[in-house]
Design a protein around this ligand. Structure first.
Ligand code: FE2
Ligand code: FE2
Length: 299
């Protein structure tokens, strides 16, 4: 029996995951008897750091594959490199057989604003260019055009795999289903604007057309969900996320009565003011956080 671990949004730089922390991740993977690790994007802000982590995990005797998230993309030289980065471990619109029946297919993915409540693409683009990390990513064409190209290629690949009678485990960075999008009301409503950049409803619609897509694993939302079964496909979303969004951080802050109401965006200052205690707590609970922030698949 072999086991695949899919990890998204490790954000090794923002989360300050040095070798000591990565060794804790390795312990979690070894405890779970994982044989293959797939990194599903936002592993780090720079390609170089992602490649170092891939090499580090390979040295620990795991098979390692990856796709990009939006966080790696500003450090890539445009469309060609984003979609076709020349590295055997990079899986984008490519698959790796897991056994006779199953394959791991992976795509970076993208977004087309279909999760936005706002319907004017020009307004959405303005929001993106002011607020969103992705504004410096060089892509060919508008976001909906990029996503349409990706979905056309994915459809071809899924058709090929259906003809070959393969069951597909699909890893991607971006959200394929509205069921994983949170629409805020009241004073948090303005956050809904950012849903435009989370993924594509059309990706979910493509997946609905095929019966051989067994499981889809993604992240990018930085929210963890229970698995959902939609049209016979299991959807898993358990990103690791930023340190100020972790369960351990929430527990640390609440147990020590450092805030009355937990707001992840205001927590960084509180953590800074309690740095030594937080570091101790983090070290103790990081393995549990890693275990919650991944999806395991036996094959
Ligand atoms: Fe992320
Ligand atoms: Fe992301």
């Amino acid at each position: 029996m072999r086991k695949l671990a899919i990890i998204s949004d490790l954000h090794a730089d923002i989360n300050q995951l040095q070798e000591a922390e990565l060794l804790l991740l390795v312990e979690v993977l070894q405890d779970q008897a994982v044989t293959h690790v797939h990194l599903a994007g936002d592993t780090a802000n720079h390609l170089q750091q992602l490649l170092e982590i891939v090499m580090f995990l390979e040295q620990q005797a795991f098979t390692v594959t990856y796709n990009f998230g939006n966080h790696e993309m500003p450090s890539l030289a445009g469309e060609e490199e984003i979609e076709g980065f020349a590295d055997a471990n990079f899986l984008n619109q490519r698959w790796l057989p897991l056994n006779e029946k199953q394959v791991l297919l992976s795509i970076n993915g993208w977004y087309d604003y279909s999760f936005a409540l706002e319907k004017d693409p020009a307004k959405i683009l303005r929001t993106k260019n002011v607020y969103w990390y992705d504004r410096s990513i060089q892509r060919s064409g508008s976001d909906p055009q990029v996503e349409a190209r990706i979905l056309a290629e994915l459809t071809v690949n899924l058709t090929k795999l259906a003809a070959a009678k393969k069951q597909v485990i699909l890893a991607t960075h971006f959200v394929p289903k509205k069921e994983f999008i949170v629409y805020q009301t009241g004073k948090y409503q303005r956050w809904n604007q950012l849903n435009a950049f989370l993924g594509s409803e059309k990706l979910g619609a493509v997946l609905d057309q095929f019966n051989h897509v067994q499981q889809v694993i993604f992240g990018h939302t930085h929210r963890r969900f229970e698995d959902k079964l939609i049209h016979g496909t299991r959807y898993s979303c358990r990103p690791f996320g930023y340190y100020y969004e972790w369960q351990l951080t929430r527990d640390f802050v609440l147990k020590n009565h450092l805030v009355e109401k937990y707001n992840p965006l205001k927590i960084r200052t509180i953590l800074k003011n309690n740095q030594a205690a937080f570091q101790t707590y983090r070290k103790k609970h990081l393995k549990a956080e890693f275990a919650q922030g991944m999806t395991l698949i036996e094959y």
